[in-house]
Design a protein around this ligand. Structure first.
Ligand SMILES: [Fe+2]
Length: 373
Protein backbone atom coordinates (compact mmCIF):
# COMPACT_ATOMS: atom_id res chain seq x y z
CA UNK A 1 0.00 0.00 0.00
CA UNK A 2 1.29 3.48 -0.85
CA UNK A 3 1.97 6.14 1.80
CA UNK A 4 -0.80 8.61 2.50
CA UNK A 5 0.41 12.02 1.32
CA UNK A 6 -1.14 15.38 0.54
CA UNK A 7 1.23 16.71 -2.11
CA UNK A 8 -0.66 19.88 -3.04
CA UNK A 9 -0.74 22.90 -0.72
CA UNK A 10 -4.40 23.80 -0.02
CA UNK A 11 -5.66 27.20 1.06
CA UNK A 12 -9.06 28.88 1.37
CA UNK A 13 -9.61 32.47 0.18
CA UNK A 14 -12.59 34.78 0.69
CA UNK A 15 -12.34 36.16 -2.86
CA UNK A 16 -10.45 35.78 -6.15
CA UNK A 17 -8.98 39.23 -5.52
CA UNK A 18 -7.40 38.03 -2.27
CA UNK A 19 -6.02 34.97 -4.06
CA UNK A 20 -4.62 37.09 -6.94
CA UNK A 21 -2.94 39.49 -4.50
CA UNK A 22 -1.39 36.75 -2.42
CA UNK A 23 -0.10 34.82 -5.43
CA UNK A 24 1.05 38.00 -7.25
CA UNK A 25 -0.68 36.93 -10.46
CA UNK A 26 0.86 38.71 -13.44
CA UNK A 27 2.06 38.68 -17.04
CA UNK A 28 4.03 35.41 -16.64
CA UNK A 29 0.87 33.52 -15.65
CA UNK A 30 -1.50 31.77 -18.02
CA UNK A 31 -5.08 31.58 -16.73
CA UNK A 32 -6.93 28.63 -18.28
CA UNK A 33 -10.64 29.10 -17.71
CA UNK A 34 -14.03 29.71 -19.41
CA UNK A 35 -15.27 33.13 -20.52
CA UNK A 36 -18.41 32.74 -18.38
CA UNK A 37 -16.19 32.45 -15.30
CA UNK A 38 -13.59 35.02 -16.37
CA UNK A 39 -15.94 37.87 -17.29
CA UNK A 40 -17.84 38.23 -13.99
CA UNK A 41 -15.16 37.15 -11.53
CA UNK A 42 -11.70 37.93 -12.95
CA UNK A 43 -11.85 40.48 -15.81
CA UNK A 44 -12.79 43.36 -13.49
CA UNK A 45 -9.63 42.82 -11.41
CA UNK A 46 -7.49 44.09 -14.29
CA UNK A 47 -4.79 41.47 -13.84
CA UNK A 48 -2.09 41.45 -16.51
CA UNK A 49 -2.26 37.63 -16.85
CA UNK A 50 -2.50 35.84 -20.19
CA UNK A 51 -5.76 33.95 -20.76
CA UNK A 52 -6.97 30.93 -22.67
CA UNK A 53 -10.64 29.95 -22.83
CA UNK A 54 -11.19 26.18 -22.94
CA UNK A 55 -14.55 26.35 -24.79
CA UNK A 56 -12.83 27.77 -27.88
CA UNK A 57 -11.37 24.30 -28.40
CA UNK A 58 -14.53 22.20 -27.98
CA UNK A 59 -17.51 21.62 -25.71
CA UNK A 60 -18.08 19.08 -22.95
CA UNK A 61 -15.61 16.83 -21.18
CA UNK A 62 -11.92 16.83 -22.20
CA UNK A 63 -10.94 14.97 -25.35
CA UNK A 64 -7.66 14.29 -27.12
CA UNK A 65 -8.77 16.59 -29.96
CA UNK A 66 -9.52 19.44 -27.54
CA UNK A 67 -6.20 19.17 -25.70
CA UNK A 68 -4.18 18.80 -28.90
CA UNK A 69 -5.86 21.98 -30.18
CA UNK A 70 -4.91 23.85 -27.01
CA UNK A 71 -1.33 22.56 -27.16
CA UNK A 72 -1.04 23.77 -30.73
CA UNK A 73 -2.37 27.22 -29.86
CA UNK A 74 0.11 27.53 -26.97
CA UNK A 75 3.14 26.88 -29.16
CA UNK A 76 5.18 30.05 -29.29
CA UNK A 77 3.55 31.57 -26.20
CA UNK A 78 5.76 32.26 -23.18
CA UNK A 79 4.34 31.72 -19.69
CA UNK A 80 5.58 30.25 -16.44
CA UNK A 81 2.73 29.20 -14.16
CA UNK A 82 -0.59 27.73 -15.27
CA UNK A 83 -3.56 28.90 -13.19
CA UNK A 84 -6.66 26.78 -13.90
CA UNK A 85 -9.96 28.30 -12.81
CA UNK A 86 -12.91 26.04 -13.63
CA UNK A 87 -14.70 22.74 -13.31
CA UNK A 88 -13.30 19.27 -13.88
CA UNK A 89 -12.69 19.81 -17.59
CA UNK A 90 -10.53 22.91 -17.16
CA UNK A 91 -8.63 21.46 -14.22
CA UNK A 92 -7.95 18.13 -15.92
CA UNK A 93 -6.73 19.89 -19.06
CA UNK A 94 -4.44 22.13 -16.97
CA UNK A 95 -2.82 19.06 -15.38
CA UNK A 96 -2.04 17.73 -18.85
CA UNK A 97 -0.66 21.10 -20.01
CA UNK A 98 1.58 21.26 -16.94
CA UNK A 99 3.46 18.13 -18.06
CA UNK A 100 3.34 18.76 -21.83
CA UNK A 101 6.49 19.59 -23.71
CA UNK A 102 6.56 22.19 -26.44
CA UNK A 103 5.66 19.95 -29.39
CA UNK A 104 3.71 17.34 -27.45
CA UNK A 105 0.49 15.54 -28.36
CA UNK A 106 -1.95 13.66 -26.15
CA UNK A 107 -1.06 10.32 -27.76
CA UNK A 108 2.65 10.96 -27.18
CA UNK A 109 2.01 11.73 -23.49
CA UNK A 110 0.00 8.52 -22.96
CA UNK A 111 2.88 6.72 -24.67
CA UNK A 112 5.45 7.96 -22.13
CA UNK A 113 3.20 8.30 -19.07
CA UNK A 114 5.79 6.93 -16.61
CA UNK A 115 8.35 9.51 -17.73
CA UNK A 116 6.18 12.64 -17.61
CA UNK A 117 7.78 15.63 -15.89
CA UNK A 118 6.48 18.96 -14.66
CA UNK A 119 7.04 21.67 -17.28
CA UNK A 120 5.05 24.48 -15.62
CA UNK A 121 4.11 25.12 -11.96
CA UNK A 122 0.39 24.59 -11.52
CA UNK A 123 -2.26 26.27 -9.35
CA UNK A 124 -5.79 24.84 -9.43
CA UNK A 125 -8.91 26.78 -8.49
CA UNK A 126 -12.12 24.68 -8.63
CA UNK A 127 -15.41 26.40 -9.51
CA UNK A 128 -17.64 23.36 -8.92
CA UNK A 129 -17.98 21.20 -5.83
CA UNK A 130 -17.58 17.75 -7.31
CA UNK A 131 -14.46 16.48 -8.96
CA UNK A 132 -11.94 17.09 -6.18
CA UNK A 133 -9.59 17.11 -9.16
CA UNK A 134 -7.52 19.88 -7.58
CA UNK A 135 -6.25 17.29 -5.07
CA UNK A 136 -5.37 14.44 -7.46
CA UNK A 137 -2.74 13.67 -10.09
CA UNK A 138 -5.02 12.23 -12.75
CA UNK A 139 -6.74 13.70 -15.79
CA UNK A 140 -9.50 11.73 -17.51
CA UNK A 141 -9.51 12.25 -21.26
CA UNK A 142 -11.88 10.85 -23.87
CA UNK A 143 -9.44 9.41 -26.39
CA UNK A 144 -11.85 9.76 -29.28
CA UNK A 145 -9.39 8.28 -31.77
CA UNK A 146 -9.27 5.07 -29.69
CA UNK A 147 -12.88 5.15 -28.47
CA UNK A 148 -12.02 4.96 -24.75
CA UNK A 149 -12.12 7.27 -21.76
CA UNK A 150 -9.00 6.71 -19.74
CA UNK A 151 -6.83 8.48 -17.20
CA UNK A 152 -3.45 10.12 -17.73
CA UNK A 153 -1.71 9.73 -14.36
CA UNK A 154 1.65 10.92 -13.12
CA UNK A 155 3.20 12.15 -9.85
CA UNK A 156 4.23 15.22 -11.90
CA UNK A 157 0.57 16.11 -12.41
CA UNK A 158 -0.06 17.11 -8.80
CA UNK A 159 -0.55 20.87 -8.53
CA UNK A 160 1.83 22.89 -6.40
CA UNK A 161 -1.18 24.68 -4.90
CA UNK A 162 -4.97 24.60 -4.86
CA UNK A 163 -7.18 27.50 -3.82
CA UNK A 164 -10.71 27.06 -2.48
CA UNK A 165 -12.75 30.23 -3.15
CA UNK A 166 -16.48 29.80 -2.40
CA UNK A 167 -17.41 33.09 -4.15
CA UNK A 168 -16.64 31.34 -7.47
CA UNK A 169 -19.52 28.90 -6.86
CA UNK A 170 -22.10 31.68 -6.53
CA UNK A 171 -23.29 31.50 -10.15
CA UNK A 172 -23.28 27.70 -10.42
CA UNK A 173 -26.61 26.51 -11.92
CA UNK A 174 -28.52 24.08 -9.69
CA UNK A 175 -28.12 21.01 -12.00
CA UNK A 176 -24.34 21.49 -12.00
CA UNK A 177 -24.34 21.75 -8.21
CA UNK A 178 -26.49 18.59 -8.02
CA UNK A 179 -24.40 16.42 -10.34
CA UNK A 180 -21.09 17.62 -8.95
CA UNK A 181 -22.03 17.10 -5.31
CA UNK A 182 -23.33 13.62 -6.23
CA UNK A 183 -19.95 12.91 -7.83
CA UNK A 184 -18.17 14.04 -4.64
CA UNK A 185 -20.44 11.87 -2.48
CA UNK A 186 -19.62 8.87 -4.68
CA UNK A 187 -15.87 9.65 -4.46
CA UNK A 188 -16.24 9.56 -0.68
CA UNK A 189 -18.12 6.23 -0.68
CA UNK A 190 -15.92 4.49 -3.27
CA UNK A 191 -12.68 5.62 -1.61
CA UNK A 192 -14.03 4.53 1.79
CA UNK A 193 -14.90 1.02 0.55
CA UNK A 194 -11.70 0.62 -1.48
CA UNK A 195 -9.30 -2.08 -0.29
CA UNK A 196 -6.59 0.57 -0.77
CA UNK A 197 -8.11 2.89 1.86
CA UNK A 198 -6.10 3.53 5.02
CA UNK A 199 -7.03 5.04 8.38
CA UNK A 200 -5.99 8.52 7.18
CA UNK A 201 -7.83 8.42 3.84
CA UNK A 202 -10.93 7.19 5.71
CA UNK A 203 -10.91 10.38 7.80
CA UNK A 204 -11.24 12.42 4.59
CA UNK A 205 -13.91 10.12 3.11
CA UNK A 206 -15.96 10.24 6.31
CA UNK A 207 -15.75 14.01 6.72
CA UNK A 208 -16.66 14.56 3.06
CA UNK A 209 -19.72 12.33 3.46
CA UNK A 210 -20.84 14.10 6.62
CA UNK A 211 -20.52 17.55 5.02
CA UNK A 212 -22.36 16.52 1.85
CA UNK A 213 -25.22 14.77 3.62
CA UNK A 214 -25.72 17.67 6.03
CA UNK A 215 -25.62 20.15 3.14
CA UNK A 216 -28.08 18.08 1.07
CA UNK A 217 -30.51 17.87 3.99
CA UNK A 218 -30.42 21.65 4.37
CA UNK A 219 -30.87 22.05 0.61
CA UNK A 220 -33.92 19.78 0.30
CA UNK A 221 -35.57 20.59 3.64
CA UNK A 222 -35.56 24.33 3.77
CA UNK A 223 -33.53 25.98 1.08
CA UNK A 224 -34.97 25.03 -2.31
CA UNK A 225 -32.70 25.18 -5.35
CA UNK A 226 -30.69 28.08 -3.92
CA UNK A 227 -30.47 26.53 -0.44
CA UNK A 228 -27.07 24.95 -1.04
CA UNK A 229 -25.39 28.31 -1.61
CA UNK A 230 -25.18 29.05 2.11
CA UNK A 231 -23.17 25.81 2.29
CA UNK A 232 -20.88 26.56 -0.68
CA UNK A 233 -17.67 26.48 1.37
CA UNK A 234 -18.69 23.21 3.05
CA UNK A 235 -19.45 21.59 -0.33
CA UNK A 236 -16.15 22.87 -1.71
CA UNK A 237 -14.30 21.41 1.27
CA UNK A 238 -16.22 18.14 0.95
CA UNK A 239 -15.28 17.85 -2.71
CA UNK A 240 -11.65 18.56 -1.83
CA UNK A 241 -11.59 16.04 1.06
CA UNK A 242 -13.20 13.38 -1.15
CA UNK A 243 -10.56 14.18 -3.80
CA UNK A 244 -7.78 13.67 -1.25
CA UNK A 245 -9.38 10.37 -0.21
CA UNK A 246 -9.82 8.94 -3.70
CA UNK A 247 -6.41 10.29 -4.71
CA UNK A 248 -5.08 7.78 -2.19
CA UNK A 249 -7.59 4.91 -2.23
CA UNK A 250 -9.06 5.22 -5.73
CA UNK A 251 -12.59 5.06 -7.06
CA UNK A 252 -14.22 1.77 -8.07
CA UNK A 253 -17.06 0.15 -9.96
CA UNK A 254 -19.45 3.10 -9.98
CA UNK A 255 -16.91 5.18 -11.88
CA UNK A 256 -15.83 2.24 -14.04
CA UNK A 257 -19.39 1.45 -15.15
CA UNK A 258 -20.27 5.09 -15.72
CA UNK A 259 -17.46 5.69 -18.23
CA UNK A 260 -19.21 4.09 -21.26
CA UNK A 261 -22.29 6.19 -20.44
CA UNK A 262 -20.20 9.36 -20.69
CA UNK A 263 -18.02 8.18 -23.55
CA UNK A 264 -20.83 6.90 -25.80
CA UNK A 265 -23.92 8.85 -24.69
CA UNK A 266 -22.29 12.00 -23.32
CA UNK A 267 -24.16 11.76 -20.01
CA UNK A 268 -22.42 14.21 -17.63
CA UNK A 269 -19.95 12.48 -15.31
CA UNK A 270 -21.75 13.07 -11.99
CA UNK A 271 -25.11 12.07 -13.43
CA UNK A 272 -23.68 8.93 -15.06
CA UNK A 273 -22.30 7.98 -11.64
CA UNK A 274 -25.69 8.53 -10.05
CA UNK A 275 -27.33 6.19 -12.61
CA UNK A 276 -24.94 3.40 -11.54
CA UNK A 277 -24.52 4.06 -7.83
CA UNK A 278 -27.49 2.32 -6.18
CA UNK A 279 -27.29 -0.82 -8.34
CA UNK A 280 -23.55 -1.20 -7.72
CA UNK A 281 -24.14 -0.87 -3.97
CA UNK A 282 -26.98 -3.43 -4.12
CA UNK A 283 -24.70 -5.86 -5.93
CA UNK A 284 -22.03 -5.31 -3.25
CA UNK A 285 -24.64 -6.06 -0.57
CA UNK A 286 -25.67 -9.27 -2.31
CA UNK A 287 -22.11 -10.51 -2.79
CA UNK A 288 -20.60 -9.46 0.55
CA UNK A 289 -23.20 -8.32 3.04
CA UNK A 290 -20.79 -8.54 5.97
CA UNK A 291 -17.66 -6.40 5.85
CA UNK A 292 -16.63 -2.78 5.58
CA UNK A 293 -19.97 -2.03 3.99
CA UNK A 294 -21.44 -2.33 7.49
CA UNK A 295 -19.13 0.43 8.75
CA UNK A 296 -20.33 2.61 5.88
CA UNK A 297 -23.94 1.84 6.81
CA UNK A 298 -23.24 2.89 10.40
CA UNK A 299 -21.58 6.09 9.26
CA UNK A 300 -24.51 6.89 6.98
CA UNK A 301 -27.07 6.05 9.63
CA UNK A 302 -25.49 8.54 12.05
CA UNK A 303 -25.50 11.28 9.41
CA UNK A 304 -29.03 10.51 8.20
CA UNK A 305 -30.64 9.76 11.61
CA UNK A 306 -31.56 6.30 10.37
CA UNK A 307 -30.75 2.69 11.23
CA UNK A 308 -27.76 0.98 9.60
CA UNK A 309 -30.17 -1.40 7.81
CA UNK A 310 -32.13 1.50 6.30
CA UNK A 311 -29.20 3.89 5.76
CA UNK A 312 -28.41 3.11 2.11
CA UNK A 313 -32.09 3.39 1.10
CA UNK A 314 -32.27 6.70 2.96
CA UNK A 315 -29.21 7.87 1.03
CA UNK A 316 -30.78 6.90 -2.33
CA UNK A 317 -33.95 8.75 -1.30
CA UNK A 318 -32.09 11.91 -0.29
CA UNK A 319 -30.02 11.83 -3.49
CA UNK A 320 -33.26 11.45 -5.49
CA UNK A 321 -34.53 14.67 -3.94
CA UNK A 322 -31.30 16.46 -4.89
CA UNK A 323 -31.68 15.15 -8.45
CA UNK A 324 -34.18 12.56 -9.68
CA UNK A 325 -32.49 9.37 -10.88
CA UNK A 326 -33.74 8.08 -14.23
CA UNK A 327 -33.32 4.73 -16.04
CA UNK A 328 -30.50 4.31 -18.55
CA UNK A 329 -32.96 3.83 -21.44
CA UNK A 330 -34.18 7.40 -20.94
CA UNK A 331 -30.68 8.58 -21.84
CA UNK A 332 -30.59 6.82 -25.20
CA UNK A 333 -28.86 3.66 -23.97
CA UNK A 334 -30.12 0.52 -25.77
CA UNK A 335 -30.44 -3.00 -24.35
CA UNK A 336 -28.05 -4.31 -27.01
CA UNK A 337 -25.33 -1.99 -25.76
CA UNK A 338 -25.31 -3.40 -22.22
CA UNK A 339 -23.20 -6.55 -22.90
CA UNK A 340 -20.83 -4.43 -25.00
CA UNK A 341 -20.45 -1.97 -22.13
CA UNK A 342 -19.88 -4.79 -19.61
CA UNK A 343 -17.11 -6.29 -21.74
CA UNK A 344 -15.62 -2.86 -22.43
CA UNK A 345 -15.50 -2.05 -18.69
CA UNK A 346 -13.67 -5.29 -17.92
CA UNK A 347 -11.21 -4.70 -20.74
CA UNK A 348 -10.41 -1.03 -20.10
CA UNK A 349 -11.21 -0.10 -16.48
CA UNK A 350 -9.10 -2.54 -14.45
CA UNK A 351 -7.41 0.44 -12.77
CA UNK A 352 -10.77 1.23 -11.12
CA UNK A 353 -12.13 -2.30 -10.74
CA UNK A 354 -9.13 -3.17 -8.56
CA UNK A 355 -10.57 -0.77 -5.95
CA UNK A 356 -13.93 -2.56 -5.71
CA UNK A 357 -15.31 -3.54 -2.33
CA UNK A 358 -15.76 -7.04 -3.75
CA UNK A 359 -14.74 -8.50 -7.10
CA UNK A 360 -17.33 -8.08 -9.84
CA UNK A 361 -17.38 -10.54 -12.73
CA UNK A 362 -18.67 -9.83 -16.23
CA UNK A 363 -22.09 -11.30 -15.35
CA UNK A 364 -22.31 -9.09 -12.24
CA UNK A 365 -21.52 -5.98 -14.27
CA UNK A 366 -24.06 -6.88 -16.93
CA UNK A 367 -26.63 -7.52 -14.20
CA UNK A 368 -25.97 -4.05 -12.71
CA UNK A 369 -26.46 -2.42 -16.13
CA UNK A 370 -29.70 -4.39 -16.69
CA UNK A 371 -31.13 -3.33 -13.33
CA UNK A 372 -30.29 0.30 -14.06
CA UNK A 373 -31.71 0.04 -17.59
FE1 LIG B 1 -15.95 11.34 -10.30
Amino acid sequence: MKDFKIVTGMKEFASFQQFANEEHLGIDDLILTNAYIYEPAIARLDLSCQTLFQEEFGAGEPTDVMVDGILQSLRGRKYRRIIAVGGGTVIDIAKVLAVAQRDDTVDAMYGRMAALQKEHPLILVPTTCGTGSEATNIAILNRTRKGIKVGLVSPAMFAEKAALIPELLASLPYPVFATSSIDAMIHAVESYLSPNACALSEVFSERALQLILRGWKITVNCGGPEGWKGQALEFLRASNFAGIAFGHAGCGAVHALSYPLGGVHHIPHGQANQLMFADVMRKYQEKKPVGKLNRLQELLSAALCSTPERALDELYGLMDKVMKKTPLRMHGVTEEELPVFARNVLNTQQRLLENNYVELLEDDILDIYRRAF
